[in-house]
Design a protein around this ligand. Structure first.
Ligand code: VAH
Length: 334
């Protein structure tokens, strides 16, 4: 008898680390490295890569996955630094996970929920258009990514829709694919790697550690963000949403739009001694410049009740600053 559980890939990554703390049902956590936290008793861990077809198939022989939350991937900057590895992990790895879900839909005659962490990097606003005049964009606009990461993520979204609606099935059951297009994410507990929006969290963590930080985008770089607790709740929300209520398979979710200079001023409020400079790196700045300044998440709000808990001020005052103070053992009045 197979054990039934939720599979979380990328479980040792930033979102994965926080998600497995939040989920209370039996979880199989999967990553190429062991999560850095003590795993709760309801979380089993398996070490391996989503690019390893035989390994992923073997998991399907042992477990029945009620849902797969697929977070494993290389983010935007890492994908530009090694586009071949990025394509393998982001695309072939995701195809292996969709194959696993499709196989279980066929053999168990049910529709496993498949939640995919996508990104606002699927959008690309380039001349003659301007991100600021484009404003809040919806899920159908500017879908012409030019980065490896954005192209990978958009293609996997399309694969997910194919597996959910078109692929031939001998039981009438197909994968129930759902994707969230995340903005930049700011976490107090974890530090990002391989992302371009990392400048936001890195600025804050450096200040809390008393380290100088040189920001690789200019002061006026504008992007939308959300804090990690809201990102985790969005994953929980879309995973549990009633399929009949969903009018689409891919949703924007966001909280606030902010410039790098505004992040700096929020950080200086909490850490007045922080040394933050700006030394833009053109290829990373170009990525941020092509992404929207904000996205329209009204479809998520109306279909499955998405609403961020933290706005910009609350994000810093109620979560980020107290959180990094706790993480680095600083007093509340440091
Ligand atoms: C990245 N954090 O920087 C991700 C995100 C919108 C950016 O997808 O690649």
């Amino acid at each position: 008898m197979k054990k039934t559980c939720v599979l979380v890939t990328g479980a040792a990554g930033e979102i994965g680390h926080n998600l497995i703390e939040r989920l209370k049902q039996p979880i199989l956590a999967l990553d190429i490295v062991k999560p850095d936290q003590t795993l709760p008793s309801h979380v089993d861990f398996r070490q391996g890569s989503v690019t390893d077809k035989e390994f992923i198939k073997s998991l399907g022989d042992e477990f029945s996955f009620s849902a797969i939350i697929h977070l494993a991937g290389v983010l935007s900057s890492g994908s530009e630094e090694d586009p071949f590895h990025a394509h393998d992990l982001n695309v072939n790895g995701s195809l292996n996970m969709l194959h696993l879900a499709h196989s279980q839909a066929q053999t168990e005659n049910r529709s496993p929920v498949f939640v995919f962490a996508s990104t606002i990097a699927v959008y690309s606003i380039n001349p003659p258009f301007d991100k600021f005049s484009a404003g809040k964009i919806n899920e159908e606009q500017f879908l012409n990514p030019v980065s490896m990461y954005g192209m990978n993520k958009l293609y996997v979204e399309r694969l997910g829709q194919y597996f959910s609606t078109t692929i031939r099935t001998n039981t009438g059951s197909r994968v129930d694919f759902r994707a969230l297009r995340f903005p930049g994410i700011l976490s107090a507990e974890t530090v990002p790697t391989t992302g371009t929006s990392d400048y936001g969290p890195l600025m804050l963590h450096a200040a809390a550690k008393g380290e100088a930080y040189s920001c690789f985008v200019p002061e006026d770089a504008t992007l939308n963000f959300m804090v990690m607790p809201d990102a985790v709740e969005a994953l929980v929300g879309i995973s549990g949403a009633d399929a009949a209520a969903l009018t689409r398979r891919v949703y924007n979710v966001t909280s606030f739009s902010v410039t790098a200079a505004e992040i700096k001023s929020q950080v200086l409020k909490a850490f007045p001694q922080a040394e933050i400079s700006f030394d833009p790196v053109s290829w990373r700045t170009n990525l941020i410049s092509s992404w929207p300044m904000d996205t329209d998440d009204s479809a998520a709000r109306s279909d499955w009740g998405w609403i961020p808990r933290f706005n910009r001020e609350q994000s810093f005052q109620d979560y980020l600053v107290p959180g990094v103070r706790r993480k680095y053992g600083l007093g509340l009045d440091h």
